[in-house]
Design a protein around this ligand. Structure first.
Ligand SMILES: Nc1ncnc2c1ncn2[C@@H]1O[C@H](COP(=O)(O)OP(=O)(O)OP(=O)(O)O)[C@@H](O)[C@H]1O
Ligand SMILES: [Mg+2]
Length: 267
């Protein structure tokens, strides 16, 4: 479904600040894979998502989605089939617009601009049905401005917007990290439900090792722009957090003080 070939990205090349954020990275995802991505700060996780989404071009390598080479496709064209949710609950929705205005934008993504604002009763019913599934009482608040919602409500809405028009690929960059634990759990649950129901292919960055092992069907660990561990099947099912920490230390040569660092998000 997604094939990444020999992908490299170097920031500030030729300067004292040169940084190889992606180093000849190889990755292949099957349709409906849900891959969790872990790794230390600066490992290259967000850069990988940025290059997949076309935020900036790679220095080397290809990104192939469903047999189509998208490496040179501009990000606004990729937005038609790649959806992203970021850590900041304020970033994914337009605060000064209503819930239904945000949803219509998401629904008409990729369509000609003049059609984007046409909102009919059928759309409204559809939005209400979808909002009901979030179980946050938002179905009765279609004309509420998004700025009046809580961070958790906004992030749930962002997730709904990202998946309303089924994307070929869903990219989640620590999308629950800024929420309180209870809300984070709820948004994660929603993530699991929607990805399963819509048969999405998903990459999810997380600093929470427990989440990384319990959600999805595969876990990759990045270090210095490379994938240093790739867990699936029985090996993943039998993996413990302590063992994962040990494997990280062995593969990367970096020693952690304790596994709490990884769980606390400073890993
Ligand atoms: N736009 C940029 N310009 C210059 N350097 C960058 C840029 N984006 C990322 N980098 C550098 O590339 C490296 C990888 O960064 P990246 O954001 O991908 O890490 P990450 O794995 O997402 O880390 P974190 O867990 O802290 O979010 C870092 O050294 C970072 O400073
Ligand atoms: Mg990051």
């Amino acid at each position: 479904m997604l094939t990444i070939n020999n992908l490299s990205k170097i920031f500030n090349q030729g300067t004292i600040n040169e940084k190889k954020a992606l180093d000849h990275l190889q990755l292949h995802l099957e349709p409906e894979d849900f891959v969790t991505v872990i790794g230390s700060n600066g490992a290259g996780k967000s850069t990988l998502m940025n290059v997949i989404a076309g935020t900036f071009p790679p220095d080397q390598g290809q990104i192939i989605i469903d047999d189509k080479d998208v490496t040179k496709l501009p990000s606004y064209k990729r937005a038609g089939f790649i959806s992203r949710v970021f850590q900041d609950p304020m970033s994914g929705t337009a605060a000064s617009m209503t819930i239904e205005e945000n949803l219509i934008m998401a629904l008409k993504r990729g369509e000609p601009r003049r059609l984007r604002w046409a909102l009919n009763g059928k759309d409204r019913n559809f939005f209400q049905e979808e909002l009901k599934k979030l179980n946050l009482g938002l179905e009765g608040r279609l004309t509420t401005k998004v700025r009046l919602l809580s961070g958790g409500q906004r992030q749930a809405l962002t997730l709904l917007m990202a998946t309303l028009k089924k994307p070929q690929l869903l990219l989640l960059d620590e999308h629950t990290a800024a929420l309180d634990p209870k809300t984070a759990e709820k948004v994660l649950e929603l993530t699991c439900t929607v990805t399963k129901q819509s048969h999405l292919t998903t990459l999810m960055i997380t600093h929470n090792l427990e989440q990384a092992l319990s959600v999805g069907n595969r876990t990759i660990m990045m270090h210095d722009g490379r994938i240093i561990l790739d867990l699936k099947g029985a090996e993943r099912a039998n993996m413990t957090m302590n063992r994962l920490l040990e494997m990280f230390e062995k593969a990367s040569g970096v020693h952690m003080n304790n596994d709490r660092m990884m769980l606390a998000g400073t890993f």
